[in-house]
Design a protein around this ligand. Sequence first.
Ligand SMILES: Nc1ncnc2c1ncn2[C@@H]1O[C@H](COP(=O)(O)OP(=O)(O)OP(=O)(O)O)[C@@H](O)[C@H]1O
Length: 268
Amino acid sequence: MDILQVKDLTFIHNEKKRWLKRPEVFQLGPVSLSVKRGETIAIIGENRSGKSLLAKLLVGALPADAGEIEINTHKYLAKYQSKDGQRKRTHDIRMILQHSSESMNPSVPVGKILDEPLRLNTGLSEAERKPIIEDMLVKVGLLREHYYFYRHMLSDGQQQRVALARAIVLKPKVLVADEPFAALDPTIRSQTVNLILQLQQELGLAFIFISHNLGIVRHIADRIIVMESGEIVEEGKAETIFRWPQHTRTKKLVTAYQSLVPQNTIRE
Ligand SMILES: Nc1ncnc2c1ncn2[C@@H]1O[C@H](COP(=O)(O)OP(=O)(O)OP(=O)(O)O)[C@@H](O)[C@H]1O
């Protein structure tokens, strides 16, 4: 079953007021895609191909110019959203940002950081919210006591877990992550990857992530979307994309990856 369906999502950015510089026009789309429950989709592509922009449009962090997004049978117009609509969408689809630690306010304890989405988007009382937050901390491999910790008391890996807990505390159906593993060292990276895979199974979460790391993409993605200049130029099963890339951009990306890893690990 498709949990997310995107139809003709379009964004046109025309920055006219850039003094002394040529006006920049960037168009994304029209983009159409669908994601199944529990599926993992990787978005890859060259720099400035529109990957992060697509992620922001999907979660509603930026308004699109046209198109329609359907999540868990709820339809949202990409262009306009009522407050109620946005609240519903926040429950259905959530995003983890590129530098999760930077988005953690250093003067606010972990518990309050996780409390914010619940306070703003549910009618639950403080007494009802606290056990949900503590359960969530345990779910991502932290301790209940971490509720009272501040950012500087946590390692990078723990901060990433807090970001993950914050993203899933509303029990979304779709999780979108922009380069979630880029800033992490290899050990913490593989722990985070495994944690996400485990949560996906437990919660039936669909996971859409942007990455330049094709090793991780190959390891965890079911399907891959390749972007170039604001358009999807290729899409398919991960293994098919790696073995038989069709579009020139995909071929370039796959060849660059293959040159980094021993051949026998690519074609077993
Ligand atoms: N908030 C925004 N408002 C207007 N235009 C934007 C916005 N964010 C991105 N863009 C436009 O989208 C283009 C693509 O940027 P985007 O960050 O999506 O690329 P990307 O594929 O994620 O690149 P990278 O791999 O380097 O992160 C940019 O050139 C910019 O013109």
